[in-house]
Design a protein around this ligand. Structure first.
Ligand code: PEP
Length: 247
């Protein structure tokens, strides 16, 4: 099973549902539609509305983040995984580099992961090195730390997806060299196997994926799908990524 996950970031109002309608129409008719899942993570403000509209449809709705405390707390502006689950989300991203930059450290991320899984959300755990770490050849060390400090074998691996997103590639148009990416994804998969055993969680790639470069990623069969930011805000761009992947 492959995954095409669209991360809308700070984008969208109720009428933006038109984008999802078009994607869902394509997805429902696509002859390859059984080979992949489409998940869209709109902002919190749209989760309930979109979850209701697509309740019995193929597209799944997720959140972009969740707060680390369970259920309710006195943290102004915070939204827990319990609250997200109760408005219909099935997934949540955790550890996106935007949120790491805002202060999400390994300890907080571990709490988020536990809380999301406890509330029956599937998680998309994002990891990735920054430009300097890459330059210093620290990528694998960073990824190992990001994974081993947060994930452990007691967690339900069936509800975990990993998204490898090099920070220097997010929103920049820069993508990793295919050979290097193959090595990195291979390393992450090996590491996950040491934690979770044989059937380890899927590993997605994220960072400037578009309809033109997806053919490069498609050569690498180890990649289980994509986390797509910018291009997921346009139905055409998102659909073209899927079309070109199966072309
Ligand atoms: C992201 O924000 O997760 C992302 C991958 O963004 P983009 O596709 O725009 O690089």
């Amino acid at each position: 099973m492959k995954y095409f996950i669209g991360n809308w970031k700070m984008f969208g109002v109720p009428k933006s549902v038109n984008i999802l309608n078009k994607i869902n129409y394509f997805y429902t008719k696509d002859k390859n539609g059984k080979k992949y899942k489409v998940i869209i993570t709109p902002p919190y403000t749209l989760i309930e509305n979109f979850s209701k509209i697509f309740k019995n449809k193929k597209i799944l709705i997720g959140a972009q983040n969740c707060f680390q405390k369970d259920r309710y707390s006195s943290d102004t502006g915070a939204v827990s995984s319990y609250m997200i689950k109760n408005v219909g989300a099935k997934y949540t991203l955790i550890g996106h580099s935007d949120n790491r930059a805002e202060g999400d450290n390994d300890k907080i991320l571990k709490e988020k992961v536990k809380s999301a899984l406890k509330n029956n959300l599937k998680i998309v755990f994002c990891i990735g090195e920054n430009k300097l770490e890459k330059k210093k050849k620290k990528t694998l060390i960073i990824l190992k730390k990001q994974i081993s400090k947060v994930l452990d074998k007691k967690l339900d691996k069936n509800n975990i997806i990993i998204a490898y997103e090099p920070i220097w590639s997010i929103g920049t148009g820069e993508i990793p060299n295919p050979r290097e990416l193959q090595r990195t994804i291979g390393y992450i998969k090996k590491l996950l196997k040491t934690i979770f055993g044989k059937k380890a969680p899927p590993v997605l790639y994220g960072g400037s994926v578009d309809a033109n470069n997806v053919y490069i990623f498609k050569q690498n069969k180890e990649i289980d799908g994509f986390l797509i930011g910018g291009a997921s805000k346009s139905s055409k761009k998102f659909i073209d990524i899927i079309k070109n992947y199966y072309r």
